[in-house]
Design a binder for this molecule. Sequence first.
Ligand code: HAM
Length: 421
Amino acid sequence: MAQKFQAPKGVAEYTPPDSNEFLAVRTSLAAAAQRAGYSYLELPIFEDTALYVRGVGESTDVVSKEMYTFDDRGGRSLTLRPEGTAGVVRSVVEHNLDRAGLPVKVWYAGPFFRAERPQQGRYRQFNQVGLEALGSDDPALDAEVIAVAAEGFAALGLTGYRILLNSLGDTTSRLEYREVLTGFLQKLDLDEATRLRAQQNPLRVLDDKRPAVQSQLADAPLMVDVLSESARDHHEAVRHYLRELRIEWEDAPRLVRGLDYYTRTTFEFVHDGLGAQSAIGGGGRFDGLMAELGGQELPGIGFGLGVDRTLLACRAEGLEIGDQSRCDVFLIPVGEKAKARLMSTGSDLRARGIRTDFAFDGRSLKGSMRAADRSGAKLVAIVGDSELDAGVVNLKNLVTSDQVSVSTGDVAEKIQEMLNT
Ligand code: HAM
């Protein structure tokens, strides 16, 4: 026997019927972005490696440990996208999208890649729906971005999550904080690698989950204590708008995100039913990124929502999501002549937007009825020789078991009517 293959380790893969749920989650999150006036952006799956090194930050775990990087046949170093923001900003700069009026508001969806240790909710290929708005400093936009994510989750019926909010300060307060934090970290008892990280990227040490490190961080200085006046005002205004929107959040002064571009507002949506991988989405401002990637100096804000984890969160809450049926109508011909007739009925039905499947392979009526049941169809249409002679189609409602016979010319109309009642 020929060799069977398996999907690579740690990829998120969905087969029916789970794939219906996955699609419903992604559609729901994307619809929230579309309702808020974001335009769709279709981005490449791989980019110049240097884009991520520069944009996301060389010392982040994502760039230093988790990238899928390869040389293409022309010797260029490319990387499977680990996140979406750097690619969006690259695209905005490359195509001058910022010349057509500000803010530029775009959304995207698709697979992302990080070579992490796979576990429940953590995959090497995972899926995000994200959005970014470039060119506005308005704190109301920060609050709206958070609201749009919350609206996406709400449309799924999801309730068991918390919103964590922090400010990482602007460039002035960040520098000051960096200094204060480095001073604090130098006095701790840290291993060599962590000591090095404390020098290169002290904020990342706050994110160290190991108890031996965490226990020493209880008194670490907090960003909120050194915020510049303008960063503090901005943060206050965001909180004000969130109150106006009646969005509940928790101030999380220790929230640091895994990517280096963040400034000022940062947030995370965490779900309590998920165990260790609890973040179902996150985002924030990245005010310096556009200039860092060769564009004009424009502020930016956005989020990335994890589709895979949101699906797990929906399941943890016992939510029924997605239509599990494959079609609305199942067509069963008995005999070769009936087959040709019903195939054209199928075409008419699909033209009306009615999902239609067909019993191929000349199976028995009993076998075809079983297939119809499995498909989730509400109606079956059956045509045999006697129906052909009489110029009718038999329709059976699989939910109520009612049966009617309708003339061939009226069948599409009648089916549409029966599905709408
Ligand atoms: P992030 O927090 O790295 O942010 O990822 C966003 C979301 O993607 C996470 O909250 C999580 O739900 C999901 N996610 C991340 N890694 C994995 C994984 N290995 N397996 C499953 N799900 C995962 C960003 O990517 C930023 N680009 C978000 C952003 C947009 N910030 C500003 N604009």
